[in-house]
Ligand binder design. Sequence first.
Ligand SMILES: O=C(O)CCC(=O)C(=O)O
Ligand SMILES: [Fe+2]
Length: 226
Amino acid sequence: MLLHIPNVLTHDELRQARQLLAEAPWEDGLATAGAQSALVKHNLQLAQTSPQAQALGSLVLVALNRNALFFSAALPNRIFPPMFNCYQGGMTFGNHVDNAVRSDPFSGQWLRTDVSCTLFFTDPDEYQGGELIVEDTYGSHAVKLPAGDMILYPSTSVHRVEPVTAGARLASFFWTQSMIRDDNRRAMLFDMDSAISSLRQRHGDSEETVNLTSVYHNLLRQWSEV
Ligand SMILES: O=C(O)CCC(=O)C(=O)O
Ligand SMILES: [Fe+2]
C-alpha cells in the first residue's frame, strides 16, 4: 500500500523546518548506508545528533502524533528518530531496500523497519527530477508531493530517488516498526478502519458499525505485537 498523507505539517511548522534546514550542517549520506545501498547512494543528510536534526525530529514527531491517517495506516509501535536528506546537483539514490533492522542512535534499541515514510519540505516546482520511485507488484509508482505532504509505503519495497538535476529536494525520511509486521494484514486493517469511519460519518453510529469496530479490534488483538 502506497498512501499519500496530505498536510502533515502546518504552514508555520513548514516555515520553521525550512529555517532549520537552511542553517543545518549537511554531511555525506554514506554515513548511514548499508553495504548494498552504499554503492548507489549519493546524497546529503543531517547528522542525527546535530541540534537542527533534533529540533526537526521533534517537530515531525509532534505532527505524526496528531495525524489519524498515519496512525491508522502505520499502526506504529516505535518510530525511528526522523532523518533528513538533501538532493541537489545530480544527487540520486539508486534502487535499494532499506535495512530490515536498525539501532536507534540514542537508545541503542533495535527497531524493525516495517513502514517507510518520506515527508517533503520542498514543493515540486523547486527542483527538477527527484521523484521517489516505489516498485510493487503493480509496477513502479513515481511520487513527488507538495511541501508538508508525506508518502507512506511498505519497507519491503525496492525504491529509489531519481537524480535531482536542478534546485534542491529537502525531505525527512524515517521508519516505523508497526504493531502489524505483515504488509497485507496492515493494509486490510487500514481498509477496514477507513470503511468503518466513512460508514460512521455517512450514517452515524449503528449496531453494524459497533460490530464492525469490534471485529477490527479483535483482529488487531490477534495480530498485533506490542
Ligand atoms: O528521500 C526519500 O524519498 C527516500 C530516501 C531513501 O530511500 C533512503 O534514505 O533510504
Ligand atoms: Fe530507502
